[in-house]
Design a protein around this ligand. Structure first.
Ligand code: AP5
Ligand code: ZN
Length: 215
């Protein structure tokens, strides 16, 4: 099973991808996470990407498609892939088709997380993650059960993303509207898109996605 989670910044792509990994043993391929790892490791890609990401703009198609190609090469064909934050442009959608063919995979579903943009700024500016295991939290919607202790690993260190400020979030949304939303018809023509209400509570969104995957 190979699926794309499509939606604007803060729509819940990462949250849902983590849950699908837990429940179904699929693999999350997040170009955002890959780029952040490259920035942290100060690789040539990371050094190039950092400024672009801090501005809330899109990194080049060639860079992100090469990252996806490398991940698909490294994983077994039997493991399902969840594409999170990729593709984001028409050129990336075309590259993904080529990469799927190259790696003997086919695209099963594109899940569009439909959300109300006004709510997204609050979602993103309130978000933080465990610095140790990466579990995601939110100041309002998902606090750790015990204050300041990660539910998953017990760590007491948390971090926030440098691009999660209001100005950059608005730029990221603009990029989504201008470059990413227009790729939906590319998949609609092939009858691959299901729209899911991303404003529902997290578990309800998961239930809806799982119903789509069961077909
Ligand atoms: P990326 O890391 O992909 O960021 P993004 O698309 O902006 O998406 P986010 O991670 O912000 O949101 P999400 O939808 O995963 O939401 P989440 O689940 O965390 O990209 C970052 C940058 O990298 C880009 O700006 C670009 O520069 C570059 N980049 C990455 N991929 C690229 C590509 N392919 N091409 C070019 N450049 C690329 O949820 C948000 C918060 O809301 C969380 O706190 C969560 O707990 C909460 N929440 C989630 N769901 C719900 C719900 N149903 N109800 C209430 N709260 C919820
Ligand atoms: Zn943790």
């Amino acid at each position: 099973m190979n699926i794309i989670l499509l939606g604007p910044p803060g729509a819940g792509k990462g949250t849902q991808a983590h849950l699908l990994v837990e429940h179904h043993g699929m693999r999350q391929l997040s170009t955002g996470d890959m780029l952040r790892a490259a920035v942290k490791a100060q690789t040539p890609v990371g050094i190039k990407a950092k400024e672009v990401m801090d501005r809330g703009e899109l990194v080049s198609d060639e860079i992100v498609s090469a990252l996806i190609d490398a991940e698909l090469t490294a994983m077994g064909e039997e493991v399902g892939a969840i594409f999170d934050g990729y593709p984001r442009t028409e050129a990336q959608a075309v590259s993904l088709d080529e990469l799927l063919a190259k790696h003997g995979r086919k695209l099963d579903h594109v899940i569009e997380l439909a959300v109300d943009e006004d709510a997204l700024v609050e979602r993103i500016t309130g978000r933080f993650t465990c610095a140790n295991c990466g579990e995601g939290y939110h100041d309002t919607f998902k606090l750790p059960a015990k204050a300041d202790v990660c539910d998953k690993c017990g760590s007491t260190e948390f971090k926030r993303r440098p691009d999660d400020n209001e100005e950059t979030v608005r730029k990221r949304m603009q990029e989504y509207r201008a470059k990413t939303a227009p790729i939906l018809p590319y998949y609609e023509q092939r009858d691959l898109v299901t729209r899911v209400d991303g404003m529902a509570p997290i578990d309800d969104v998961t239930t809806e996605i799982e119903a789509v995957l069961r077909g």
